[in-house]
Design a protein around this ligand. Sequence first.
Ligand code: COA
Length: 162
Amino acid sequence: MGERICLYPGSFDPVTRGHMDIIARAANIFDQVVVGVLHNPDKRGCFPVEKRVEMLRKACAKLENVRIIAYGGLLAQLTREENIRVVVRGVRGVADLESETMMARINHQLNPDLETIFLPASPENGEISASMVRQLAAFGADLSAYVPSEVLPDILAAFAQS
Ligand code: COA
């Protein structure tokens, strides 16, 4: 049997403990996890893509089977280029499940070899979102419960400058 590899895509603007929970659990299931920083046209970015990649690399440094990449095109095209047949997404509840199901169907239509599997977000991460982290950071609140400790200084530095 070949190597079991999956893509975990997202905006990661910035990476949160919620994302890390899914990455670590996917790394236990798959031989290799490719974390893809992709573009969500519905969102105005905050951190530059290079910075998001750098923060993910720091947060995932101890996970040997995790690789971080950035990609500006369609997820379906990236999976073809990387020969990946499984996408992993975290779901926090029914609202996520609805939108994620739609995205999974479209991606499957665009690349019929591709399947999406959902991991339920751990309950302690159910309230975390990248936009909440950005909002708290802008008001100088304590972020330590929400973001990996390795990237906390980067986030504080970015918001101290703005
Ligand atoms: N626990 C807690 N929160 C979580 C979480 C978890 N396990 N997983 C995700 N979240 C949060 C994130 O922090 C984020 O919060 P925000 O909305 O405040 O920013 C939100 O849930 C979802 O973000 P994320 O998982 O980072 O991804 P996204 O929904 O922004 O990403 C892409 C969507 C990038 C994967 C999608 O737009 C895409 O594939 N783009 C490429 C273009 C393409 O192929 N489009 C066609 C797709 S149908």
